[in-house]
Design a protein around this ligand. Structure first.
Ligand code: SF4
Length: 368
């Protein structure tokens, strides 16, 4: 297991100007050998150094396309760097500047618990259960999904993947009677309802309880079994935020990410992945007003970009991803100094067997 290499104190003591000059110099020195990827939720002072910005999957694909780039610095969180390693070429090294940049939601599911859940559920029903795993998960969970005949999904293609999972094999589907959705319960419930099912068709599997806290009758009645995970950033949005912003701005449109709770998604005007939110706001009419239910760094950046539109975070308090914020200028400068000196720190490698099974789940998703 990779352990965090400690950031030397000298980097913490440098001011932003000095850190930025180190980063610029090292980028110039490494040239095309280096590609820096920045997730949309990343802080401004870091993302400005990114060669490409995007959501996690788009960035992993970008990484794979940069054939000249020997080093990929991923300014995101751990599962994203793992996906980049899985999808990039063998000669490319992926670096996460700070290993403490994990994802609280991805950490809510581990392989022994997921495999135990699959066994318990299959003992409670004769119907085939297809795991569908959100890309916001560890490589080992993606691998377990691939081995069990399931697929990964993103927030923008989740409905297509769910439909594939439930379609008969003769029609090119997985022939599932039920879906086991890991790890985000909110995304799965929102997609199930979007497909025409109801919340009563879904049950939540509690990993700390025997049989997930479910009876055989619960499982028999459910079409969707939802792992009890969530993103704390998106879960903080509430129906009261929607009502409050509409009271203050009657003509505002509310757009939210599908990781938000069901009650919030039901009240919103539009729902979409990070990339879909960006496209919607880019195309919105000048003078239009938007309250956005997703991470604050992205929303504030969109507000700065579109000064002719009123754009704000849906909640009054910021919705910040603290894990993403652990990638900062000192860690980026330190990672680049070490790369340039031929001594990569925090090099993310996924074991070949896990990578192969995880790739199966990712490639199934891509082919759907
Ligand atoms: S915003 Fe949520 S899902 Fe995304 S990295 Fe942060 S904790 Fe994970």
């Amino acid at each position: 297991m990779l352990t965090q290499q400690t950031l030397p104190d000298e980097y913490r003591q440098l001011d932003d100007e000095r850190l930025e000059s180190i980063i610029r110099r090292r980028r110039e020195q490494l040239g095309k050998r280096l590609c820096i990827l920045g997730h949309h939720y990343q802080r401004d002072e870091v993302i400005k150094f990114a060669d490409f910005t995007g959501d996690s999957l788009k960035l992993s694909r970008q990484a794979a396309e940069q054939a000249d780039a020997e080093f990929i610095i991923f300014c995101g969180v751990h599962f994203m760097a793992e996906s980049a390693d899985i999808l990039s070429a063998d000669n490319q090294k992926v670096v996460l500047p700070n290993l403490e940049a994990g994802c609280a939601m991805a950490d809510m599911a581990d392989v022994p618990a997921v495999e135990e859940a699959m066994e318990e559920l299959s003992e409670m029903t004769d119907e085939r259960i297809i795991p569908v795993t959100y890309v916001n998960s560890a490589a080992a969970i993606k691998a377990a999904t691939g081995r069990s005949g399931g697929a990964c999904c993103t927030s923008s293609n989740a409905r297509r993947v769910f439909e594939w999972a439930l379609r008969g094999e003769a029609d090119g589907g997985a022939g599932g009677g039920k879906i086991f959705a890991i790890p985000d319960r909110h995304l799965a419930l929102n997609i199930a309802v979007d497909m025409g099912y109801t919340p009563e068709d879904c049950v939540v599997y509690e990993p700390n309880k025997l049989n997930g806290g479910l009876t055989a009758d619960d499982v028999a009645a459910a079409k969707f079994i939802l792992w009890r995970g969530y993103c704390y950033v998106h879960q903080l949005f509430t129906p009261e935020h929607v009502h409050g912003v509409r009271r203050r701005h009657p003509d505002i449109r509310v757009i939210v990410h599908p990781e938000c709770p069901y009650e919030v998604v039901q009240l919103a005007d539009d729902v979409g992945s990070t990339e879909q939110i960006i496209r919607t706001l880019d195309a919105a009419e000048p003078g239009s007003k938007w309250a956005v239910g997703t991470e604050s760094n992205l929303v504030n950046r969109l507000a700065k970009k579109h000064k002719d539109k009123f754009i704000r975070v849906l909640s009054d308090a910021p919705a910040s991803c603290f894990q993403m914020a652990r990638i900062d200028l000192p860690h980026l400068a330190w990672a680049l100094d070490n790369l340039a000196e031929g001594n990569p720190v925090n090099h993310i490698t996924v074991e070949p067997e896990i990578a192969a099974d995880a790739r199966t789940a990712l490639e199934r998703m891509i082919s759907i």
